[in-house]
Design a protein around this ligand. Sequence first.
Ligand SMILES: C[S@@+](CC[C@H](N)C(=O)[O-])C[C@H]1O[C@@H](n2cnc3c(N)ncnc32)[C@H](O)[C@@H]1O
Length: 209
Amino acid sequence: MLNMDDEAIIKAYKRYARNYDLIFGKIFEHGRRQILKKMNCRSGDHVLEVGIGTGITLPFYSDHVNVTGIDISPDMLQVAKKYVNGNKAAKKSLFLMDAQQMSFADNSFDKVAAMYVVSVVPDPEALVAEMKRVCKPGGDIFILNHFSNHNLLPKMVETVMLPFRNLIGFSPRLSMDWLIKNMDIPVVEVDSVNLFGYWTLIHAKNGDH
Ligand SMILES: C[S@@+](CC[C@H](N)C(=O)[O-])C[C@H]1O[C@@H](n2cnc3c(N)ncnc32)[C@H](O)[C@@H]1O
């Protein structure tokens, strides 16, 4: 059963779905491209993108990489379907699924990415725990997001936006330090990406589990 927050998220992304790429395509593209570069996918790799949304990254992958995308919003996935029709369908698949409770077996993927998703889900710890579980030991985990900013102006903007979390479809306040501590996996690299370096890309290596 979905809790209220998940229902609000589904509603918010129903509103966004048709125009998502137009609004959030270019502005967030640098971060997405950086992840793809760092993934350095080899032929036959199995990649999981949680919260894949409209499938905006799918054209970035080579045809020889197996990409699985999941999302909780049927409306966002509906837009993504255009990328899995046709000849490339075999290597790209989409599922309607809650990333906080995935139905994949342990150790299923070589690389697992969450692009602009950890501050959307009600339970970021459950999301990260699931990402770790389905990622092979030694596999790569990528988290790209905006995290709480301690500078005065961004902090004020975040405070003003906070009560509108359910309406805008993400929480403007999530601490990276808290997340990294709770992730309990070795962080390889942390980079600033996108406009003003206001977003952060975390690359971690999955441990044994
Ligand atoms: C800000 S969008 C990011 C979409 C895409 N990753 C991108 O790079 O633009 C957040 C996405 O996460 C999805 N999402 C939110 N909660 C989720 C959950 N519990 N499980 C799976 N997807 C979820 C939303 O439906 C939405 O498509």
